[in-house]
Write a protein that binds this ligand. Structure first.
Ligand code: AMP
Ligand code: MG
Length: 189
């Protein structure tokens, strides 16, 4: 049985960056992970249906549509064998409130060993979003970012209750990417 590790964190915290650095370290040790992005599985379907043009529009879709895309992605992800690392969100900020990224029916499909929360200071996330030209990141203040990070911890506790998985908090602070990557690698080893 492979390991299933879910990576979460608010948009712009640098999940993908930390994961990629950690995977480089593991590769050098002969440890392989298949790295997948949950949002991409959702987006491929949403794009084919013509309901969105870019991935950042998905969080504003009707809640029922988001849930259907989510369920579809969960089933696809569940089929992947071996060590798998799933880049996703503990909660998604929608115009109508937080949507659980890993509701019970998603967790039952995936049954992760560990859920990682990548975090850093709210104002660092604010700055990272402002300088990211590649994505339509939400424009919000550091209080709102703080609330989202707090909410993610709270909801992650419920995911641990549902699955028995462990919850690991990893800090991706400015200038300390390597420390975050090393902590991530330690979770994946
Ligand atoms: P990302 O590339 O990780 O920022 O994800 C892009 C988009 O995919 C997010 O803004 C959400 O709309 C959607 N998404 C990703 N993971 C989930 C999930 N577990 N549940 C619901 N929506 C998700
Ligand atoms: Mg990402």
């Amino acid at each position: 049985m492979g390991k299933k590790v879910i990576i979460t964190g608010v948009p712009g915290v640098g999940k993908t960056t930390v994961v990629n650095e950690a995977l480089k370290k593991l590769k050098a040790e002969g440890i392989e992970y298949q790295s997948i992005n949950f949002g991409t599985f959702m987006f491929d379907v949403a794009k084919a249906e013509g309901v969105v043009k870019d991935r950042d529009q998905m969080r504003t879709l009707d809640r029922q549509v988001q849930k259907r895309l989510q369920q579809h992605a969960a089933q696809a992800v569940a089929k992947i064998q071996g060590n798998v690392l799933i880049d996703t969100h503990a909660s998604v900020k929608t115009p109508k409130g937080y949507l659980a990224g890993l509701p019970e029916w998603v967790l039952r499909e995936i049954m992760p060993d560990t859920i990682v929360l990548v975090e850093t200071d709210d104002d660092q996330i604010l700055m990272r979003r402002l300088t990211d030209e590649t994505r339509s990141r939400d424009k919000e203040g550091s209080r709102a970012i703080a609330e989202h990070q707090q909410f993610n911890r709270a909801i992650a506790a419920s995911y641990a209750m549902l699955t028995g998985c462990t919850i690991k908090i990893i800090v991706n602070a400015d200038f300390l990417l390597d420390r975050g990557a090393e902590d991530m690698a330690a979770v994946l080893r």
